[in-house]
Design a protein around this ligand. Structure first.
Ligand code: SF4
Ligand code: SF4
Length: 95
């Protein structure tokens, strides 16, 4: 199943700044719905309704998104299938 690709790292659930070459993830700014201990979303089924900046990832995100961390399993899935159309960015974790 598509959702099973996710490895649950939760790196997409923190504030991110995207520059041309970097995705900077601010680990001091988690989404208010993230349980930081388990790395689980506490409102998973309702997440896109409760958090307007949260979207369900699709193959198009995997292929074209520039704001997912490069370690994201969906990015790797697209790379493995040779359908990743964005250049790789370096990930910077800030705390
Ligand atoms: S709503 Fe859930 S899945 Fe979406 S960013 Fe917040 S914690 Fe992550
Ligand atoms: S960054 Fe990718 S692999 Fe990690 S939790 Fe988010 S969607 Fe899943």
């Amino acid at each position: 199943m598509w959702d099973d690709i996710c490895i649950g790292c939760a790196l997409c659930c923190y504030e991110r700044t995207v520059s041309e070459d970097h995705v900077i993830i601010d680990l001091s700014s988690p989404c208010r719905f993230l349980d930081e201990e388990t790395k689980r979303c506490t409102v998973y089924k309702d997440r896109t309704r409760l958090n307007k900046s949260c979207s369900r990832l699709t193959p198009l995100h995997a292929m074209f998104s520039s704001c997912l961390p490069p370690s994201c399993a969906y990015i790797r899935w697209a790379e493995d299938h040779h359908i990743r159309f964005r250049k790789g960015k370096e990930m910077v974790l800030e705390s």
